[in-house]
Design a protein around this ligand. Structure first.
Ligand code: ADP
Length: 219
């Protein structure tokens, strides 16, 4: 027997909500997509099976949509602060268990949390902070997994090239862990104590954000 498909409500089909709804539908998630603009809904009706025109700040309109079976919702109305806050509180009142909401500022994020959003996303802030790591340092990629823990993709620092991980003392000297390695022309594989770091290799390193940033600066 197949597992039950997850069901997610997406409110606001702008750049973020639209991409999200399409990505969820492509993963066979049962998506109910809502926007108040008929022209927007019309555009998505060709690609999404379940897309409706409704004003998410109207409790009547939302309760008529029978959201009971939807345990997750994403409020992707970013700029219209009042609308996003109202929609979030209505979803919480209707008993939607997990709500993600998009905020346009830290203050907006705090209000959304008070209104019942368990997860708040600040896409522009998050993208800006990530980009700062990429443009100032020597990182090829940066993924923050918690407030102070990150994974980065970087080149092998010159001082470590030619060394075997088990003897290089990366963890004791730099406080970070080399997780995976890719030799030129190859694919990523897990790093072990026997892994030799080549000058042209690319590595994935994890650790406290400050430590991984310092480590990348050695390259
Ligand atoms: P993005 O930056 O991701 O493009 P926007 O804030 O520009 O996000 O777009 C938000 C979307 O949410 C728009 O398509 C807009 O029509 C829709 N929207 C705004 N207010 C409401 C509302 N009260 N109910 C439903 N949809 C709304």
């Amino acid at each position: 027997m197949s597992a039950e498909r997850p069901r997610v409500v997406v409110i606001g089909l702008g750049r973020m909500g639209g991409s999200l709804a399409a990505a969820l539908a492509a993963r066979e998630v049962d998506v109910l997509a809502i926007d108040r603009r008929p022209d927007v809904v019309q555009t998505f009706s060709e690609t999404l099976p379940n897309v409706v025109v409704a004003d998410a700040t109207d409790p009547e309109a939302l309760s008529q949509l029978e959201l009971d079976g939807y345990e997750r919702a994403v409020v992707a109305i970013g700029e219209a602060l009042e609308a996003s806050v109202l929609a979030t509180s209505i979803l919480a009142d209707l008993g939607v268990q997990e709500i993600w909401a998009k905020a346009s500022s830290e203050q907006h994020a705090r209000i959304l949390k008070r209104m019942g959003a368990q997860h708040v996303i600040l896409p522009e802030h998050e993208a800006g902070a990530r980009l700062a790591h990429l443009v100032t340092g020597h990182m090829l990629d940066f993924l923050s997994v918690d407030e102070d823990f990150a994974f980065i993709k970087t080149r092998v620092p010159k001082t470590l090239a030619g060394h075997v991980l088990g003897e290089a003392g990366v963890r004791s000297r730099y406080g970070v862990t080399v997780v995976a390695i890719k030799h030129a022309g190859g694919q990523f594989s897990y790093a072990t104590a026997e892994t030799r770091l080549g000058p042209d290799d690319v590595i994935v390193v994890s650790g406290a954000s400050r430590d991984v940033t310092r480590f990348a600066d050695l390259t």
